[in-house]
Design a protein around this ligand. Structure first.
Ligand code: DX5
Ligand code: ZN
Length: 220
């Protein structure tokens, strides 16, 4: 099974983002958390900063949009040339729908990801899997780094993993929140293949060594 390690720069030093990206040059992706202080009670960064990161990053950018109205904003992030844009199912406005947003991302050359909060059921989205390149199962409530992994989300991950296998599609399953040495194996066993890790990687003295440790613990 392919394992992808995707460090979240939310746990990095925001005064030195270019050199912090350099610390994770052996990762598969760099996870960028965009928060708007509406969908989640926290504010991080937006289009101008993502545009700047895109110019200097050694690894493809994986955006996690924790913002209202992704139908309005997500295409603008895709236009920056980032690798992947994930938006929250719960945030899509009543005048839009997740499939339209996904299609607008793919049309701009980005991979389309659908994120589900811990309390959101996967059921309504199973039939939409062909429209997506990745599903993000949040393993904490979105908004902050450094929270504890919610094992209660694992049945949903397995439900998605079974659906992806049945479909024969190549949809990646990502987990985000509280992923560390103790939890990554649990998420891998439940079907995840793409692992976001913030504090566990950026909090390590040697980020590259920690990325390799997580890779091994995930079963690669
Ligand atoms: C939380 C963010 C996560 C966060 C993970 O809302 O989506 O990406 O950075 O941080 P850790 O790995 O520290 O739980
Ligand atoms: Zn995230």
């Amino acid at each position: 099974m392919a394992v992808r390690i995707d460090p979240s720069i939310l746990a990095s030093d925001f005064a030195n983002l270019e050199s912090e990206l350099g610390r994770i040059a052996t990762a598969d992706l760099a996870h960028v958390d965009v928060m708007d202080n509406h969908f989640v009670p926290n504010l991080t960064l937006g289009l101008p900063v993502v545009e700047a990161l895109q110019r200097v990053t050694p690894v493809p950018l994986d955006l996690h949009l924790m913002i209202d109205a992704p139908e309005r904003w997500a295409p603008q992030y895709a236009e920056l040339g980032v690798y992947s844009v994930t938006f929250h199912a719960e945030a899509v406005g009543a005048d839009s729908d997740p499939v339209s947003v996904a299609r607008s991302l793919r049309a701009r050359g980005a991979r389309a990801g659908l994120a589900l909060k811990p309390g959101t059921s996967a059921e309504p989205y199973l039939e939409l899997l062909p429209e997506f390149d990745m599903v993000l199962v949040m393993t904490v409530e979105p908004g902050f780094g450094g929270q504890s992994f919610l094992e209660s989300t694992m049945p949903k991950l397995t439900q998605l993993s079974d659906a992806v296998k049945r479909s024969g599609l190549d949809v990646w399953l990502q987990v985000d929140g509280g992923i560390n040495d103790n939890t990554i194996g649990i998420a891998a066993a439940a079907g995840a293949d793409t692992f976001v890790a913030g504090s566990s990687v950026f909090g390590a003295e040697n980020a590259a060594a920690q990325i390799e440790r997580l890779r091994l613990l995930a079963g690669e």
